[in-house]
Write a protein that binds this ligand. Structure first.
Ligand code: PGA
Length: 259
């Protein structure tokens, strides 16, 4: 089963609006030498802060890159101070929404029920959803990695059945922003588990086409080894996505390991 890899940049709360145009142009020029064609052989998603979306959307015109949001509201509109409606995300050109990121879960205490509502609202607007899951260090040490991930994946049971618009990002919390990535073998083990769980619990036919990305201290030096693993279908990149040259190297190296 051929799954088109996704390379997603999660800028988190970094960069200024004024940085968007230069970033898009530089990444686009760097990827001229990538093995394959963006939008066809691989996808690139850039997810800035909500304030940057309109500007970045304009800057992405002609690049083939897609616009991502780092979160999305749980309803179309209403009394939700500080939230951004998925309808408006769509209006400003967003293609995919990252939901359930570990920083949302652990820093902002978002629970499964809220994450599910956000996912449903995004899917109802026709947006794609990238659902993030991952265990904390304590859970891994206690042998609870699979149980933790399954409890986070459980919300998929209540998703509308639009699996072509859903991807999953495995991001072990202990690997995010720490410089300590999961080994390729550790990533593969969890990715295979996610795919098997999906096949058994949700939809066996769709499991083979579901893209499962890895995130957590991805860099140019480790993207090839991680992407070489059979069940790794892309990368969600934080720190190493802030520089277009470095992010391009992450993508190029990751792609080379698959050809
Ligand atoms: P990192 O972040 O690449 O800086 O570890 C990844 C993420 O949080 O998505």
């Amino acid at each position: 089963m051929k799954r088109v890899p996704i390379f997603a940049a999660n800028w988190k709360m970094n960069k200024k609006v004024a940085d968007c145009a230069d970033f898009a142009a530089r990444l686009s020029s760097e990827l001229q030498t990538a093995p394959g064609k963006v939008g066809q052989d691989f996808e690139v998603v850039l997810a800035p802060s909500a304030t940057h979306l309109m500007t970045l959307h304009r800057a992405l015109s002609g690049t083939g890159f897609k616009l991502g949001a780092q979160n999305g509201g749980s309803a179309k509109s209403g009394a939700f101070t500080g939230e951004v409606s998925p309808e408006v995300l769509k209006e400003v050109g967003v293609d995919v929404v990252i939901l359930g990121h570990s920083e949302r879960r652990h820093v902002f205490k978002e629970e499964n029920a809220l994450i599910l509502a956000r996912c449903k609202a995004a899917l109802e607007e026709g947006l794609r959803v990238m659902l993030c899951v991952g265990e904390q260090l304590k859970e891994r040490k206690e042998g609870k990695t699979f149980a933790t991930i399954e409890s986070q994946l459980a919300i998929l049971k209540d998703f509308p059945k639009q699996w072509e618009r859903v991807s999953i990002a495995y991001e072990p919390v202990w690997a995010i922003g720490t410089g300590e990535n999961a080994t390729p073998a550790q990533a593969q083990e969890v990715h295979a588990h996610i795919r098997n769980w999906f096949a058994q619990t949700i939809d066996s036919a769709q499991a083979a086409s579901m893209r499962v990305l890895y995130g957590g201290s991805v860099k140019a030096e480790n993207s090839a080894a991680i992407m070489a693993k059979e069940d790794v279908d892309g990368l969600l990149v934080g720190g190493a996505s802030l520089d277009p040259g470095i992010f391009a190297a992450v993508i190029r190296n990751g792609l080379k390991s698959r050809t």
